[in-house]
Ligand binder design. Structure first.
Ligand SMILES: NC(=O)c1ccc[n+]([C@@H]2O[C@H](COP(=O)([O-])OP(=O)(O)OC[C@H]3O[C@@H](n4cnc5c(N)ncnc54)[C@H](O)[C@@H]3O)[C@@H](O)[C@H]2O)c1
Ligand SMILES: [Zn+2]
Length: 385
């Protein structure tokens, strides 16, 4: 569990800062972004989902910080809400046991087809509540109210929901789009710095996939977005949501283009698995290292200029993200096992590893048939002897 800093003073902002539309046939929805959005949740939900009974579901560490403001806002808008449900914080809550318990509590509160679930928390609560919503009463509507930077730019956009099982992470789930996402940009200010940075790695990822101008903007202004400058934060989060929304709109169920969102993730997942998905290496930190490796590999294979790979490494390092695997307690002896883990990753076809590589900044593409020896050398270069 993480230690939270003090919440920001109650923000009173009456204007909505930005709306990003996720365009999906019949299942499109708005992401409302801005400061003070939490206090407008009632009005925004009443406007888009009028008269619907609500069940707030909150991460137990987030609830003391923000749940009262949410319930007060719902009350203020005259909405009917059941007693909130608490979900213990941490990845362990993405389990069948928690899902069963959550479904029990949802049904005990008299949920009916018109009920809307509200997920207040990071990616864990968003993924769990979204999955519960997809199966409770054969499908309920839900609203995402992401409280981490990672959830605001990634997990609350795109409709992937799910839980972890013994065989691996996120292997059981459903595509189930929220009806609305409410992103209050002030909420991540209570996150520990490491968690904030982990979310930032996914922001950088969107620049590297297909938005080179955005990456260049991050190089000069990303630090301000991290430090909480509101205009910079809004631009960073809104552009990330637009980038992900555009990819999801063109390939909702990941049959092609959506795979680009896995830039840095093949290396990253192997490192996460090797370190036990624990506090040694947060997901976003693994992605930062993985993106550096993907660009180094791209440069080594002659796809992209070495100078581009250097810029990726330099920017991630400048904001305080890890860019190699040296501090993880692993060494070069781990390379064969890391290779094995990558072979098991979803992107393996006929024994050769498929990678998201890049022809330059903002020019990512899926490449298959990468010689394993080249991959092993990139890993070894990032680890101590
Ligand atoms: N569905 C998707 O497309 C998708 C995409 C990326 C990641 N994910 C999933 O998201 C999860 C990770 O999400 P996460 O990084 O948000 O982790 P998380 O939900 O575990 O939150 C991180 C920690 O921060 C705490 N917290 C949350 N908001 C806070 C706040 N405002 N102030 C203080 N503390 C706060 C939480 O209690 C938790 O301890 C993983 O399970 C991952 O698989 C899903
Ligand atoms: Zn990720």
């Amino acid at each position: 569990m993480t230690v939270a800093r003090q919440p920001p003073p109650h923000a009173k902002v009456d204007t909505v800062s930005r709306i990003v539309r996720v365009d999906l046939d019949g299942r499109g929805y708005d992401i409302v972004l801005g400061s003070g959005v939490l206090d407008q949740a009632g009005a925004l939900i009443a406007d888009r989902l009028p008269g619907r009974p609500l069940i707030p579901i909150a991460d137990a560490s987030v609830a003391p910080l923000y749940l009262d403001r949410l319930t007060a806002s719902l009350k203020g808008a005259g909405l009917r809400q059941a007693a909130p449900i608490m979900v213990p914080s941490g990845e362990g809550s993405k389990s069948f046991e928690r899902l069963a318990d959550l479904l029990d509590q949802i049904l005990e509160r008299g949920a009916e087809r018109r009920t809307v679930l509200l997920a207040l928390g990071g990616g864990v609560v968003g993924d769990l509540v979204g999955f519960a919503a997809s199966i409770a009463l054969r499908g309920l509507d839900f609203v995402q109210i992401p409280t981490t930077l990672l959830a605001q730019v990634d997990s609350a956009v795109g409709g992937k929901t799910g839980i972890n099982v013994r065989q691996g992470k996120n292997l059981v789930g459903a595509f189930h789009q929220p009806r609305l996402t409410l992103s209050d940009l002030d909420l991540p200010s209570t996150l520990p710095r490491r968690e904030l940075l982990a979310g930032y790695a996914e922001i950088v990822k969107y620049g590297l996939i297909d938005r080179p101008d955005f990456f260049a903007w991050l190089e000069t202004t990303g630090q301000e977005a991290l430090d909480g400058d509101r205009a910079a934060r809004l631009h960073a989060v809104a552009t990330s949501c637009e980038a992900k929304a555009a990819i999801v709109a063109s390939d909702e169920r990941e049959t092609g283009l959506r795979a680009l969102l896995n830039l840095g993730h093949t290396f990253g997942h192997a490192l996460e698995a090797e370190t036990g998905y624990g506090p040694t290496l947060l997901h976003g930190e693994a992605v930062a290292i993985g993106m550096v490796m993907a660009f180094d590999l791209s440069a080594r294979l002659g796809f992209c200029p070495a100078a581009d790979a250097a810029r990726v490494r330099m920017h991630l390092s400048a904001v305080g993200l890890p860019v190699d695997a040296r501090s993880l307690g692993l060494d070069q002896g781990c390379v064969p096992r890391l290779m094995e883990r990558m072979q098991r990753d979803k992107k393996v076809k006929d024994g050769s590893i498929g990678f998201i590589l890049a022809d330059g900044l903002g020019k990512a593409r899926l490449v298959s048939g990468i010689p394993p020896q080249q991959v092993a050398e990139i890993l070894a270069a990032s680890l101590p002897l």
